[in-house]
Design a protein around this ligand. Sequence first.
Ligand code: NAD
Ligand code: UDP
Length: 319
Amino acid sequence: MKKILITGAAGFLGSHLCDRFINEDFHVIAMDNLITGDLNNIAHLFKLKNFEFYNHDVSKFVYVPGELDYILHFASPASPIDYLKIPIQTLKVGSLGTHNLLGLAKEKRARILVASTSEVYGDPLVHPQNEDYFGNVNTIGPRGVYDEAKRFQESITMAYHTYHGLETRIVRIFNTYGPRMRLNDGRVVPAFIGQSLRGEDLTVFGDGSQTRSFCYVDDLIEGIYKLLFSDYNYPVNLGNPDEISIKQFADEIIALTGTKQKVIYKPLPKNDPLQRQPDITRAKEILDWEPKVSRAEGMQKTLDFFKTFTKEELNKREH
Ligand code: NAD
Ligand code: UDP
């Protein structure tokens, strides 16, 4: 049985990756310090013989006994309000954490895939964004702690590939949504759904003309799986190119949930990218991958998940 270490395993994407690799008959070692994650996301796996959980901060030395075949490094705060609240931890997990996991991969001769992000493109001057675009990031802006940590992550990962011959993969993930997002993590999908279910107005930041392109989690996990088993070392964008403005998106959620509430406008956060759409030509060519789940279908599944929450859970504001 092949062994895989998944960091950030108690988070949104990490927990779905745990499910996928358990289903593929891997031995999964899940690691998380629960800073933005939730053990409930992986509680159903604890009874399995081929699943282990380590509560550990990967910015500190990482030790795993025995052999290891693969590492997926997904630990990192991922939502703007999270990484603004814990900026130093965000910088550390993208830099020191990545260094620790690359060292572990080298020691174990394991293949490592790191989770990068569309944020490496910053507020992009090229549209849609392809992998050859170098980006437009404000290093000292509020989002810089996340963006630059991820840019460093990519650089050190490529350096381990080039200088140590390590088997590395880099995925640039664009906005992904689905069940197990934290309702209060501030990202727009749980924010709008939570507001609709609580009977609150939907908070659109700025004038809502900024765009995003939302990918359903099952599609993303399939792309990551394919990338891990490909032989491609350079960054690959994964996301859904179906682009929408945030105001239009709020209107869609209002229609989907049937809420009687309306849109209210709040200030646009500093350096909030004005437009974002992945160019997925490379993923199509190299991985034969493209997203299959429409926003209508994916949002319905996501809404169904949040509808199972009790009133107390819906009203819980702090993690
Ligand atoms: P999430 O907050 O749900 O999950 C992140 C997990 O990492 C949490 O369980 C958290 O407790 C854990 N973690 C954070 N710092 C840690 C540390 N030092 N040691 C151990 N565990 C730590 O976020 P997510 O949406 O699941 O994102 C997962 C990864 O994917 C992140 O690296 C993020 O940058 C990347 N990503 C996500 C998206 C998206 O749209 N969801 C987009 C781009 C990139
Ligand atoms: N956004 C919004 N209202 C909210 C939360 C977010 O209008 O309650 C906007 C935010 O300003 C951004 C977009 O939605 O333009 C996506 O935000 P999110 O935090 O989900 O992700 P990111 O900015 O990292 O793409």
